[in-house]
Design a protein around this ligand. Structure first.
Ligand code: HXC
Length: 258
């Protein structure tokens, strides 16, 4: 039985963490299934991935506390690496990944949402890094990605106090892009995904790579990364198609991902 469900809707792949009896908490099996679900995405046909949680209450309520409670130092470090490797794979996945956060996104759940390209959430969403209250640090990238997303001062306050925040506060500090009534969350995610899917896939992919890699380096090197990826769009079918459509005053575009 898989703890992660995958469903294709046109050019969009919906990946759902499916362990509702534990509010979709992440153990090694769930993480393994999540990795397998991403590896199975058809990167030719799919233009955007949405990650969400099963049920109406929780995106992911964290790493599995029961599973972690008896770990040795070495086992804990290996568990951190397991999650970090998978979340980094998602962060650098060639397609855009949207987190549709439908409830609790705590600890490893907040961390999963943060390795996605951006987050939208439902009104009942709650974000936080409660780890220090459990006697541990965030371990799936939370100390790094929260600081990069909301700034070090806000990240340190949230992490040191282990305070969970509601959707509106997450919006105010820039952790999420938008908040929707629960029933409108997936339609909104699909609409955003469709807006991405209609554009030239190679260009979208290169934008993701340019932003991600550029943010990890200084501006001199970052603009070179952009130049190279900008250049790589040229001589593709889709560059000719996109510019040709403009010049011919044609609304319809036939992007072929090549
Ligand atoms: C294991 C969990 C879980 C978790 C919930 N459950 N969160 N099991 N690990 N992180 C289980 C509960 O034990 C319970 O199982 C069932 O899900 C329903 O949860 P309740 O607590 O009964 O629900 P509720 O009262 O609504 O409270 C929801 C909640 C609370 C506020 C989200 O469950 C909670 O505080 N969970 C822990 C959140 C957390 O601290 N996350 C960070 C973990 S550390 P039973 O069998 O009793 O019904 C982390 C580190 C990441 O993520 C890095 C690792 C390297």
């Amino acid at each position: 039985m898989s703890f992660v469900a995958a469903e294709r809707q046109g050019a969009v792949e919906i990946i759902t963490i499916n362990r509702p009896e534990a509010l979709n908490a992440l153990n090694a099996d769930v993480l393994g299934d999540l990795k397998a679900a991403f590896e199975a995405v058809d990167q030719q046909a799919v233009r955007c991935v949405i990650v969400t949680g099963a049920g109406s209450k929780s995106f992911v309520a964290g790493a599995d506390i029961a599973a972690m409670s008896t770990m040795t130092q070495a086992e804990a470090e290996a568990f951190g690496k397991l999650g970090n490797d998978i979340f980094r794979m998602i962060e650098t996945f060639p397609l855009p990944v949207i987190a549709a956060v439908n409830g609790f996104a705590l600890g490893g759940g907040c961390e999963l949402s943060m390795c996605c390209d951006f987050r939208i959430c439902s009104e009942n969403a709650m974000f936080g890094q409660p780890e220090v209250g459990l006697g541990i640090t965030p371990g799936f990238g939370g100390t790094q990605r929260l600081a990069r997303l909301v700034g070090p001062g806000m990240a340190k306050q949230l992490i040191y106090t282990a305070r969970n925040i509601k959707a509106e506060e997450a919006l105010r500090i820039g952790l999420v892009n938008a908040v929707y009534p629960a029933e409108e969350l997936m339609p909104a995610a699909l609409k955003i995904a469709a807006g991405i899917a209609k554009n030239a896939p190679i260009a979208v992919r290169h934008c993701k790579q340019a932003i991600n890699e550029g943010l990890e380096t200084g501006m001199d090197q970052a603009v070179v990364i952009e130049e190279k990826l900008f250049g790589k769009c040229f001589e593709t079918h889709d560059q000719k198609e996109g510019m040709g459509a403009f010049l011919e005053k044609r609304k319809e575009k036939n992007f072929t991902n090549c």
